[in-house]
Design a protein around this ligand. Structure first.
Ligand code: GLY
Ligand code: MN
Ligand code: MN
Length: 252
């Protein structure tokens, strides 16, 4: 319903404001909980009830820990920080993830991985259409991640040709689903076995986690499925690597 979408949009827009504040303030030496505090400040200031769920602010290798919520480390020069956070507004949830370089510049390798995840997020949005079943969609997105892992030199075509189809190798590097229902709850209820319908709200959140390289990237937007492609509620939240770098370096 449109009034519900409006509340969700507001939750996402407040989350956008908090993200931009983080981009302005983050630098090497900042503690993860200081980032959490900045976000909390912006949420409250802009009328949110608070966090829709416990935020994840995970720098370095902890970006590869899916439910890391300790948020108690110092952010180090050269590391990425993965931030999974969302405002709750009028009881509606936002669930957004951005992964940014602590020092304002992605390394070449970090950017390769980042752009691979971003590409998958854009492709996933294209196949999140009415009539699709979530489990099949998840498998399709898994294949997209698999392709990127080959490009990144993590998997070889030979590995893939020999893999157990019931336990594909990409799952080591992408070990969660791509989308879940969202609305009044961050993980809202819905029937994942029935075809998706126009008007449903989902997250789109692919990731690639390379523990050995201390690189964990997830990007998460919230979308409404329509008959003409998804309506991306998070389209205004900076996501291109170059835009993030530009904003982070704007005041230097
Ligand atoms: N923040 C939890 C999730 O992305 O599903
Ligand atoms: Mn999330
Ligand atoms: Mn999510």
């Amino acid at each position: 319903m449109q009034p519900e979408i409006d509340q969700m949009q507001k939750a996402v827009s407040i989350t956008d404001k908090a993200f931009r504040t983080v981009l302005d303030h983050i630098k090497p030496g900042l503690m993860e909980y200081e980032i959490e505090a900045l976000i909390s400040y912006e949420f409250t200031r802009h009328g949110a009830n608070g966090f829709a769920y416990e935020p994840i602010v995970a720098s370095g290798q902890d970006a590869c820990v899916l439910h890391y919520t300790k948020n108690d480390k110092q952010c180090r020069d050269g590391d990425l920080v993965l931030m999974d956070f969302g405002a709750e507004y009028a009881n509606y949830a936002a669930d957004i993830t951005r992964t940014i370089p602590v020092n304002g510049r992605y390394t070449k390798r970090q950017k390769e991985v980042y752009n691979a995840v971003l590409k998958v997020m854009k492709e996933a949005m294209q196949i999140l259409t009415p009539g699709t079943v979530l489990s099949e969609y998840n498998q399709e997105v898994g294949k997209l991640v698999e392709k990127e892992l080959v490009q990144l030199g993590i998997l070889s075509q030979k590995d893939i040709d020999n893999q157990d189809p019931n336990n594909p190798l990409y799952r080591k590097y992408f070990m969660h689903g791509t989308s879940h229902f969202i609305g009044l709850d961050t993980h809202d209820i819905g029937n994942r076995y029935e075809p998706i319908q126009a008007g449903m709200a989902f997250t789109v959140e692919p990731g690639i986690y390379l523990r050995d390289e201390k690189i964990g990237v997830r990007i998460e937007n919230d979308v409404i499925v329509t008959d003409n492609g998804v309506q991306d509620l998070a389209k205004d939240i900076p996501v291109e690597a170059e835009e993030i770098e530009e904003l982070m370096n704007a005041n230097n």
